[in-house]
Design a protein around this ligand. Structure first.
Ligand SMILES: Cc1cc2nc3c(=O)[nH]c(=O)nc-3n(C[C@H](O)[C@H](O)[C@H](O)COP(=O)(O)OP(=O)(O)OC[C@H]3O[C@@H](n4cnc5c(N)ncnc54)[C@H](O)[C@@H]3O)c2cc1C
Length: 563
């Protein structure tokens, strides 16, 4: 298939989660385009797929912002991989499984840790300059890693350095066609197979892109909460689209909160990388005491969920909304050079990392829940692959080990391309070249932009207050009622990115609440005040969730699988 426009639509049977009523016959300016492989998302996962797939296939890469507006670009600490002389893949496996609190898929973790080092070397061959001393990789320490194992670049600017190297590979020499500022509205399916997507361009034009394989790599959904380290684009679009298309989702109750985000009302808030604690920074309560000493053998470098739990206890005890990060005892030149992003980010906000205590509070950071995939990125929908934060590969269990997510994008991105290649080469299904869209008679009026803005802020407050770090049945029921009210106050979305994002956030929030209500125990990042213990006899299982397509309603089915 070619990457150019194809002819007028014809044929039938193609479905999308919400297109029929969203796009009207009058005034719809629709382009048609086709590729072998359509990649949705330009973070580490999408770029990895696009760079490798473009060696064999005709690839289109769509991102809703620029390649600099991704969570990947924000990443600070680095990439975990067993590359040190003191390290081994067995140790990395053990640490990941221990942090995952009983729910990791061991086979998936094995793939991650065994293939990780080669993917990191490949990034270096592509031009990424990881930090080295005397020619040797400098390996950082982070929470719950038993040895230093985190490669980094530009000090604490790993994400932007890696993303730039991958973007450069796309720009120079790759045949992948990049479409920035193009918002994918929905996936298209034909007789249960994913055949493409529909997107909205900056000027309001619509594009129907047909593809033999579609890869969802849309990142996370931290923006569901009012306090988050995630960029504004992290609105769970990939999760919501996959769910509407009928994909099976897993672990949607598990949102990881990062302990050390700058306390305040910024969205997103500045992250103070865990590597700071790896280099010796302390966590202090408002009385100046190191509250993690004695709370866990690794003190400040305990797993993230453990640190957040203790922070919450301490903040409740002291009736305060923050604690302190203390790096004053570390050498100030070292802090400036090793952590330029954090140091300068704080400086521009009036804080001096080397001489002042920094107020911090937990912020939503990494969404463990996602579209279930096998070890090769295949989802439950033929033709649809997922990788990166949008996917649920099973490697994180109930709590992600620090710096394993960039690695996940690399490892499973590459495996996705290999699997997709095998599938495309052996695929005998006829290629869908033309489709007929079922359009509405009249354009929908949508919602007032101010109403949309206020509703997004309200959603964030509801979720932070009632489905945040600590949950209870009562709070989750209330959150559900409030979401119903919020949804009822809105008209169906019109064709604007802000509205479509809001509705995706509402979908993800609904799935989070349903799953969090179901899991009646406390495990990893999921804390229930009414079920405060981990309960392996009932809950060493995953919660999976999908839309009931038969009823065509947003009703969900819940089922449990053995972990
Ligand atoms: C501040 C911060 C620091 C972090 N530091 C680390 C770290 O040191 N190490 C680590 O391993 N992890 C870290 N993480 C987590 C890690 O950065 C992310 O999990 C990872 O980058 C996700 O990559 P991704 O490719 O899945 O998604 P992203 O990088 O978020 O990319 C998503 C892409 O999808 C596109 N997209 C989304 N919706 C649509 C749509 N509707 N239409 C079109 N395009 C769409 C976006 O435009 C974007 O291009 C950090 C996270 C944050 C927030």
């Amino acid at each position: 298939m070619s990457g150019s426009e194809s002819g007028a639509p014809s044929g039938s049977g193609v479905q999308s989660g919400r297109l029929p009523s969203l796009i009207s016959k009058s005034g719809a300016d629709i382009r048609y385009s086709s590729y072998d492989v359509l990649v949705i998302g330009g973070g580490i996962a999408g770029l990895t797929v696009a760079v490798a797939a473009a060696r064999m296939w005709n690839v289109g890469l769509i991102t809703k912002g620029s390649l600099e507006e991704t969570t990947t670009f924000f990443a600070q600490g680095g990439i975990a991989a067993a590359m040190g002389p003191w390290d081994s893949t067995a140790l990395h496996l053990e640490d990941t499984i221990e942090a995952g609190d009983g729910l990791c898929d061991e086979q998936a973790v094995r793939v991650l840790v065994e293939e990780g080092p080669e993917r990191v070397r490949e990034l270096e061959r592509l031009g990424t300059k990881f930090d080295r001393r005397a020619g040797k990789l400098i390996l950082g320490s982070e929470g719950a890693h038993s040895v230093p194992r985190v490669v980094h670049a530009g000090g604490d600017a790993t994400g932007s350095v890696v993303a730039s190297a991958l973007a450069q590979a796309i720009a120079s020499g790759s045949s992948a066609e990049l479409h920035e500022d193009e918002f994918v509205i929905d996936l298209l399916t034909d007789q249960g197979r994913c055949v493409g997507a529909v997107s909205l361009g900056e000027g309001g034009e619509l594009t129907v892109t047909l593809a033999r394989a579609v890869v969802l790599a849309c990142g996370g959904a931290g923006q569901v909460f009012s306090n988050t380290t995630n960029p504004a684009v992290a609105t769970g679009d990939g999760h919501a689209m996959a769910y509407r298309a009928g994909a099976v989702m897993r672990d949607m109750e598990f949102m990881q909160f990062h302990p050390t985000a700058l306390h305040g009302s910024e969205n997103p808030t500045l992250l103070l990388t865990e590597a700071l604690r790896g280099e010796g920074a302390y966590l202090l309560d408002v009385h100046g005491e190191r509250f993690m000493v004695g709370a866990h053998p690794r003190a400040e470098l305990a797993p993230r969920d453990v640190v957040v739990r203790h922070m919450k206890v301490v903040m409740d005890r002291d009736d305060t909304d923050h604690v302190w990060l203390d790096a004053r005892h570390l050498d100030s030149k070292f802090l400036r050079e090793r952590f330029p992003t954090v140091y300068n980010g704080l400086k521009s906000r009036g804080f001096d990392l080397s001489t002042e205590l920094i107020p911090i509070a937990p912020s939503s950071h990494y969404f463990i829940g996602g579209v279930i995939t096998d070890l090769d990125g295949r989802t439950s929908i033929p033709g649809l692959f997922a990788c990166g934060e949008t996917a649920s590969t099973g490697i994180h269990g109930a709590n992600r080990l620090a710096s394993n997510s960039l690695l996940e994008g690399l490892v499973f991105g590459e495996r996705t391309v290999r699997a997709m290649t095998r599938d495309l080469e052996s695929d005998t299904a006829p290629v869908v070249r033309k489709i007929k869209l079922d359009l509405a008679e009249e354009p929908r009026p949508g919602n007032d932009p101010e109403m949309v803005r206020l509703s997004r802020a309200k959603l964030g407050r509801i979720m932070s207050g009632l489905c945040g770090i600590v949950r209870s049945r009562e709070g989750l029921d209330r959150a559900s009622e409030l979401l119903d009210g919020l949804t009822a106050s809105l008209r169906p979305p019109g064709l604007t990115v802000e509205e479509l994002e809001l509705f995706n956030l509402l979908t993800v929030a609904r799935l989070m609440i349903e799953s969090a209500r179901t899991r009646e125990e406390s495990r990893g990042v999921h804390l229930r005040s009414d079920f405060s213990e981990r309960d392996d006899s009932h809950w060493k299982r995953h919660i999976v969730i999908r839309e009931n397509l038969a009823s065509n309603q947003p009703a969900v089915e819940l089922s449990v699988l053995e972990g």
